[in-house]
Write a protein that binds this ligand. Structure first.
Ligand code: ADP
Length: 495
């Protein structure tokens, strides 16, 4: 299993000891310590990452600051755009290697990473387009005298990018792309479970011509390297994607120098299916709204509200669809569900499955680990609970695994009330043919994104973000770029 004989990945992993990437160079951890990173498909150590501490973060932030004040600050919008296009082309050229590395590192099936390719490249091109969009305004004033007033947008400075393990190959671009577009610099802290594609990308950025120090990577534990970055006085902004609990820690840690924050946190998103929906689309749509990436997606539609009149039939079809999905080796192109990321995550998901049963939800399918040849990895069956009530633990807490809770409802008002009865507000969806129902849900669902007759579709120019305890700040679109800029007003006395 997990043939890694493809040359570029073999080259990258020939030495499994991976250092930080700072100022355009590999730099070992100052403490000399490492943390193991595992291949989730077989539980074996894949790489030994530098264990970053505050000292390493200090070095990386200093490099990022020097780059920010140095030649990078003189890159024109056109030069940054040309650079982003070169980056795009180089990433496209090396995509197969990066995708394979991601599969080995965090278990995403190759079919999934192949599907992410175009979207990721579009995100990079979107940021290339935004280098020309960092504009202020000339504003009329009513001041007595001969004054000209305007606003200027300037890059905010050094950005700390703390990203999760559920898709670092893609998610790093929300930070790296925006930093390159706006003239900021970045210190990335990928998750200890999956850092390799972020490290390899940093190396490729240098090859594309990004000046050393513009994008740095410090690896290691969240409680050490991550916490040091979040509290660092030399960091102007943190872009964080991860759990709500860690988001709270980041808010506290960032208070020292009042960092600007963008937080994309947990979710328990409602996915609402009405009896009038096109069920041929709603069944696979609702299933993959959770089973994609083995449920390790922040906006997964894990609370599946189904109108009671079709609840039984819908669950049957959902179960049948679930059985068509292949769980297995991420490198097998016919596989749709890879392993969970870690033993810790596997234990956590299995404990929720057991809680669901104890609290009276009906296990309609799945619920077990996958054994046989896959027993060494963190594999779990796609799992469906039916007749769940919105007050059960499995409907309230984020599981981050392939577990759907199907909750019956009778009226649109009830569906809306239940959908919004959550501490989260990341996404939500409605499946219906009725314009009235669609409109009611679109306005009524309290979440950063609402999908209608689809799920999880995000255009980089539109973007997405959280509401309530799913965080704040926006990913994608002009608002994202604004977050990497600060505004100053200028008042010129012409007399
Ligand atoms: P999970 O618990 O699923 O690993 P986290 O939200 O803890 O999710 O992790 C997301 C990212 O946040 C990872 O890069 C992790 O290393 C980092 N992280 C974890 N704890 C902290 C912390 N206290 N401060 C800063 N970053 C952290």
């Amino acid at each position: 299993m997990n043939d890694i004989s493809k040359p570029p990945v073999v080259n990258f992993l020939a030495n499994p000891e991976k250092d930080h990437f700072i100022d355009g160079q590999w730099k070992p951890s100052l403490s000399g310590e490492r943390v193991d990173s595992f291949n989730p498909a077989n539980g074996r150590v894949l790489a030994k990452l530098a264990r970053g501490t505050k000292d390493d973060v200090d070095v990386a932030v200093a490099a990022a600051r020097r780059a920010f004040e140095g030649p990078w600050s003189r890159f024109t919008p056109h030069q940054r755009q040309a650079l982003l296009i070169k980056v795009h082309d180089l990433i496209e050229k090396n995509y197969d290697e990066l995708a394979l590395l991601e599969s080995l590192d965090m278990g995403a099936p190759v079919a999934r990473t192949a599907g992410v390719k175009n979207w990721m490249l579009q995100v990079i091109m979107y940021f290339a387009s935004q280098t020309m969009n960092c504009n202020g305004q000339t504003i009329q004033n009513s001041l007595p005298g001969n004054f000209t007033t305007m606003t200027i947008q300037a890059p905010v400075g050094v950005v700390g990018g703390i990203i999760p393990w559920n898709g670092p190959l893609m998610s790093q671009w929300w930070v790296v792309g925006a930093a390159l577009a706006t003239g900021c610099t970045a210190v990335m802290k990928p998750a200890e479970d999956a850092s390799l594609t972020v490290l390899r990308t940093a190396e490729l950025l240098i090859e594309a011509g990004v000046p050393p120090g513009v994008v740095n990577v410090v690896t290691g534990l969240g409680s050490e390297a991550g916490a040091a970055l979040a509290s660092h006085p030399g960091v102007d902004r943190i872009a964080f994607t991860g759990s709500t609990q860690t988001g709270r820690e980041i808010i506290k840690a960032s208070a020292g120098n009042m960092k600007r924050l963008q937080l994309e946190l947990g979710g328990k998103s409602p996915d609402i299916v009405f009896a009038d929906a096109d069920l041929d689309k709603a069944v696979p749509g609702a299933a993959m709204a959770v089973f994609s990436n083995t449920g390790q997606v922040c906006y997964a539609g894990t609370r599946l509200f189904v109108e009671r009149s079709i609840h039984e039939a819908f669950v049957e079809r959902l179960v049948a669809f679930g059985k068509t999905l292949k769980v297995g080796d991420p490198l097998d192109p016919t596989v749709q569900l890879g392993p969970l990321i870690s033993q810790r995550q596997l234990d956590r998901v299995m404990s929720y499955v057991s809680i669901g049963g104890k609290e009276g939800a009906q296990l309609a399918s799945g619920g077990g680990r996958v054994g046989g040849a896959l027993a060494g990895g963190y594999f779990i069956e796609p799992t469906i609970f039916s007749n769940v009530s919105n007050s059960m633990t499995i409907a309230r807490e984020e599981i981050f695994g392939p577990v759907i809770s199907v909750i019956p409802f009778d009226t649109a008002d009830e569906a809306l009330r239940l959908a919004n009865d959550t501490e989260y507000g990341l996404g939500g969806a409605v499946w219906t043919r009725s314009v009235n129902t669609m409109t009611k849900m679109m306005h009524g669902i309290k979440a950063g994104t609402v999908w209608v007759n689809c799920y999880g579709v995000v255009d980089p120019a539109v973007g997405f973000g959280g509401y309530k305890q799913s965080g704040y700040g926006w990913k994608g679109g002009p608002q994202h770029v604004d977050g990497f800029l600060y505004q100053k007003s200028v008042c010129i006395n012409g007399d």
